[in-house]
Write a protein that binds this ligand. Structure first.
Ligand code: ADP
Length: 488
């Protein structure tokens, strides 16, 4: 039997109670007929050898103990015929014939028992495969299904009887991610293949599965069959999509909350250029109203009006971007620019908390790939936390440090942005909880800021970490990887 046969061997040897009973009757009739022939036929032959047929027949339908009983019975009948015919006068020929028959029955019984053991262990293994929820099937080199697990039946809807013998790719209408030849080549070279496939169920619905193939070889090393283990990804995908959706909504909610906190600062940001527009407009009119209009000065006023108008509209644009709920868009970014823009939104907040800024920008940091709005959200969260923490220290000591620098280590090139404060810091036992959702020590805190910041940074392939400063306060460091094609 080759591997293909092994994998499906248990299929044909399943013992059914009804058939079992019929076979017992057939074996008995056959044994009786052989006994009659052996005892009463005048032919001088080893007719008892035919009992091996009874043993072989029984081997398929009875268990170990039953088979031993039947073969014992056959040996008994052989001896009984022998004594009935020959009585006490044994001649060598008839003794030899009797011995050959008994030997044949014994050897056949032993071989059948061994075969039963092998079949049993295969059945046990196949039953184990049935325990898993994964859909498992075995197909031969012609892609014909030879084994079909309970899980496969549940996932695809075809019963074992319907699937075995069918061409797998035809039955399941498999959609492959790459050319089938490429997949086959990998399977032959490495003995394995893993990837996502789309299959069609019996009811016509589509199912996406994570598929793992392993190649079985025969004793001469030739490919004999492929075992395919498939787990359903459709549900997981749906759950992941729902999770993603919820996360996006939550990100949006925290962003809007942050904007709420920043309203005063933002209003100021817009009000200032608007006031400048009005002042410059008035000045312009005065230059024009003169008996001899000063066109040069009027022009300069109009230019200032335009640049202030632009500034206001830039702030509005940034705000709208921050308030909009949209899928992140990754573009090449200069982190210094990102930091400067977010500081403009924080200007008033800094003044209110009486915080001095300490900026240390590396002007030559390489560009990173990221979503400007999301990264600003992270930096606003970190800076607001830092400012709020410093409420606890006297105004003289309130300093917010922002550092940007390039870094190169075994993980590759990166840009690091540090937000440092001089607040009371965080107790070491609270550090591990810091990035957990809903962890907050503030009375009206949501505890989502750091958790969302971390998921944003991780979605950028980066890391965020918090560490206490030697001189007091905390440093939150965001590390963003530099894309490989970025020039140094
Ligand atoms: P929230 O600001 O709503 O509390 P966060 O996730 O932004 O949520 O912060 C969680 C907690 O981490 C804060 O409540 C605070 O206790 C602590 N924390 C964050 N940043 C700092 C900091 N710079 N200094 C001290 N504690 C901080």
């Amino acid at each position: 039997m080759d591997d293909r046969g092994d994998a499906t061997g248990h299929e044909d040897t399943d013992i059914e109670p009804g058939k079992n009973w019929q076979m017992a009757v057939l074996a008995t009739i056959l044994a009786a007929a052989i006994f009659a022939l052996d005892t009463f036929s005048p032919v001088d032959m080893a007719i008892a050898v035919l009992y091996v047929v009874v043993v072989l027949l029984a081997a398929n339908y009875v268990e170990r103990r039953g088979l031993l009983a039947i073969s014992g019975l056959c040996v008994g009948l052989t001896l009984a015929s022998f004594f009935i015919i020959h009585g006490d006068s044994f001649d060598l020929g008839s003794v030899m014939r009797c011995a050959v028959s008994i030997a044949a029955i014994t050897v056949t019984t032993l071989l059948s028992l061994r075969n039963q053991d092998a079949t049993d262990s295969l059945k046990e293994q196949a039953a184990l495969l049935d325990l898993t929820h994964d859909a498992i099937f075995v197909r031969d080199t012609e892609d014909v299904i030879r084994y079909w697990s309970q899980g496969a039946q549940e996932l695809y809807g075809w019963t074992r009887a319907e699937a075995v013998g069918r061409n797998a790719a035809d039955l399941l209408k498999t959609a492959f991610p790459h050319a089938l030849a490429t997949i086959r080549r990998e399977l032959l070279q490495t003995g394995r293949w893993e990837g996502e496939l789309t299959h069609t169920r019996k009811d016509g619905s589509r199912v996406t599965v994570m598929s793992r193939w392993s190649l079985q070889r025969d004793e001469r090393g030739r490919p004999a069959a492929t075992m395919e283990t498939n787990s359903d990804l459709t549900e997981r995908r749906r759950a992941e999509d729902a999770l993603h959706q919820t996360r996006t909504q939550l990100t949006h909610v925290t962003r809007i909350t942050t904007l709420g906190e920043l309203t005063a600062s933002i209003a100021h940001e817009i009000n200032q250029p608007l006031a400048a527009v009005v002042t410059n407009g008035a000045a312009c009119l005065r230059w024009l109203d003169r008996p001899e209009p000063d066109i040069g000065e009027a022009k300069a006023s109009v230019e200032r009006m335009i640049s202030n108008g632009r500034r206001a509209s830039d702030v509005v644009a940034r705000l709208r971007a921050l308030a909009r709920r949209s899928e992140p868009q990754h573009t090449p970014l200069d982190v210094n620019e990102v930091v400067e823009e977010m500081l403009q939104l924080l200007e008033r907040e800094l003044a209110q908390h009486r915080i001095a800024l300490e900026l240390a920008f590396d002007r030559h940091v390489p560009a990173v790939a990221g979503d400007r709005v999301q990264l600003q959200q992270v930096l606003i969260n970190l800076s607001l936390n830092a400012m709020q923490a410093m409420d606890a220290v006297p105004p003289r000591g309130r300093r917010l440090g922002i550092v940007t620098r390039a870094e190169q280590d075994e993980e590759g090139r990166a840009v690091v942005i540090e937000v440092r404060d001089r607040g009371p810091g965080i107790a070491p036992e609270n550090l591990p909880k810091l990035f957990n959702a809903f962890y907050s020590t503030k009375q009206d805190g949501m505890g989502m800021g750091l958790s969302i910041s971390r998921s944003i940074i991780e979605a950028h392939g980066g890391r965020i970490a918090a560490a206490p400063n030697e001189t007091g306060g905390m440093t939150f460091a965001v590390r963003l990887p530099v894309p490989e094609d970025e020039p140094t």
